[in-house]
Design a protein around this ligand. Structure first.
Ligand code: BTX
Length: 331
C-alpha cells in the first residue's frame, strides 16, 4: 500500500484528534519533511488539513468524493465497513463482493461504486445506477445462521434503510414486502438484493446489495422507470450528501444486526411492521404463474408474509411478489 494511503488512513482513524509529525514519520518510516510534503499533496486534492505546532496534523474535511478513505472518516461502526472497496465505475458491486467473499471471506467488508453499468435487481432485472446519484453498495456478511433464515436479513436491511431515510430527511418511507422502500405516492426510492452462498445447513456468506436513489431528477431515468421511481432529491427538493448517508446507514444496519444476533428476529419484526405498507389492505400475490388476492395480515414471527385468503384462512408465504389491488385491476 502506498505511503500516501497509509497516511490518509492514519489521519482518518484519528478522526478530529491531532497526530504529531513525529508519530507519523515513525509509523510511515519517512522523514518529517516528507510527511509535510505529503500533506501539501493531499491539500491539492481537496483535503483540508490543520497543522498546529507542538500538536501535529488533523483532517478538517475531506473532498466530497466517495473513496475508501472518505467513507471511513468519521464512521461510527465497530465492524461493518472497516474494510471498504470503492470503484468509480463497475458492472455491479454484487459481482465484486462475490469474488471477494469467495477468496477471502471478509465479514463486514463493503463494496461501493459511484456508478454501475449493469446494476442488477431481483430476477435479473435491471437496476439503474448512474454516476454520483445514489448509494450503490454491497455488504459481505457471514452470519452464523441456517440458509432458511436469510430472508430475515433482507427484512432487517429494509428496516435499517427506512430508519436512515427517515432520520436524515424527515420523510416517511414505507416498506413494501419484502424489500422495496417507497413513499405514500407508491414510488420506489430503494431496493435490496440478497444473494446467498450456502451449504445445506449453513450460510457460507451473504451479499446484501442496497441501491438508494439520492440525487436523481425525474429525467435521469427512462420512461418505464420514471413511472415507478423517485429519489430523496425529488421528494425533498434538495441534494443530499451521499457519504453521510452511507455512514449513517452502516451504523444503523450494524446495530440492528448485532441486536438481531443477540435477541432474534422479534425486534426487527416489530420495527418492520411499523413501516410496513398496506397492512390490513387487499393485495395481489404473484407466485410463479399464479395470481390471487388476499388481505395482508402482517409478518409471522419468522418473517414470512401472513395473508388471509379468500376462504378466510391465514397462510404464510415465503416468496412471491405483491402488488396493490388497484394495480392488479388496471393491468
Ligand atoms: P427489483 O427487482 O425489486 O427492482 C428492479 C425494478 O425496479 C426494475 O425492473 C425497474 O422497473 C425498477 N428500477 C430500476 N432501476 C431503478 C431505480 N434506480 N430506482 C427505482 N426503481 C428502479 C431491487 O430489485 C434490488 C435492487 C438492488 C440494487 C443494488 S445497487 C448495489 C447492488 N449492486 C447491484 O448490481 N445491485 C445491488
Amino acid at each position: 500500500e502506498s505511503t500516501r494511503n497509509q497516511l490518509i488512513q492514519l489521519l482518518a482513524k484519528n478522526n478530529e484528534e491531532y497526530i504529531s509529525g513525529q508519530v507519523l514519520s515513525e509509523k510511515l518510516n519517512i522523514s518529517r519533511s516528507a510527511v509535510w510534503k505529503h500533506m501539501k499533496e493531499l491539500e491539492k486534492d481537496g483535503y483540508v488539513i490543520e497543522a498546529k505546532s507542538k500538536r501535529g496534523y488533523r483532517f478538517v474535511s475531506y473532498p466530497e468524493k466517495i473513496s475508501e478513505n472518505t467513507v471511513q472518516w468519521g464512521l461510527q461502526t465497530n465492524w461493518l465497513g472497516q474494510k471498504v472497496i470503492h470503484r468509480e465505475v463497475t458492472s455491479s458491486t454484487q459481482i465484486i463482493a462475490h469474488k471477494v467473499a469467495k477468496e477471502q471471506k471478509g465479514h463486514g467488508t463493503i463494496v461501493i461504486a459511484d456508478e454501475q453499468v449493469s446494476g442488477r435487481g431481483r430476477m435479473n432485472r435491471n437496476w439503474h445506477s448512474k454516476k454520483g446519484d445514489g448509494m450503490w453498495m454491497s455488504m459481505i456478511l457471514q452470519p452464523p445462521l441456517p440458509p432458511y433464515l436469510a430472508p430475515q436479513l433482507t427484512l432487517l436491511t429494509a428496516v435499517a434503510l427506512t430508519e436512515t431515510i427517515e432520520k436524515l430527511t424527515g420523510l416517511t418511507p414505507r416498506i413494501k414486502w419484502p424489500n422495496d422502500i417507497l413513499f405514500d405516492n407508491e414510488k420506489k426510492c430503494a431496493g435490496i438484493l440478497t444473494e446467498l452462498q450456502a451449504e445445506q445447513d449453513k450460510i457460507q456468506y451473504v451479499i446484501i446489495g442496497v441501491g438508494l436513489n439520492i440525487n436523481q431528477q425525474k429525467n435521469d431515468w427512462p420512461e418505464d422507470v420514471q413511472k415507478r421511481a423517485t429519489s430523496l432529491q425529488i421528494e425533498t427538493g434538495k441534494q443530499w450528501p451521499i457519504r453521510e448517508i452511507i455512514q449513517y446507514f452502516l451504523s444503523s444496519f450494524e446495530s440492528l444486526y448485532d441486536e438481531y444476533m443477540k435477541q432474534g428476529f422479534l425486534a426487527v419484526k416489530t420495527k418492520w411492521e411499523s413501516y410496513g405498507f398496506k397492512i390490513g389492505d387487499w393485495i395481489t400475490i404473484r407466485q410463479l404463474d399464479k395470481t390471487r388476492q388476499a388481505v395482508f395480515y402482517g409478518l409471522a414471527d419468522d418473517g414470512a408474509l401472513l395473508i388471509k385468503n379468500e376462504a378466510g384462512d391465514v397462510e404464510r408465504l415465503y416468496s412471491g411478489e405483491i402488488d396493490w389491488f388497484h394495480e392488479a385491476k388496471s393491468n
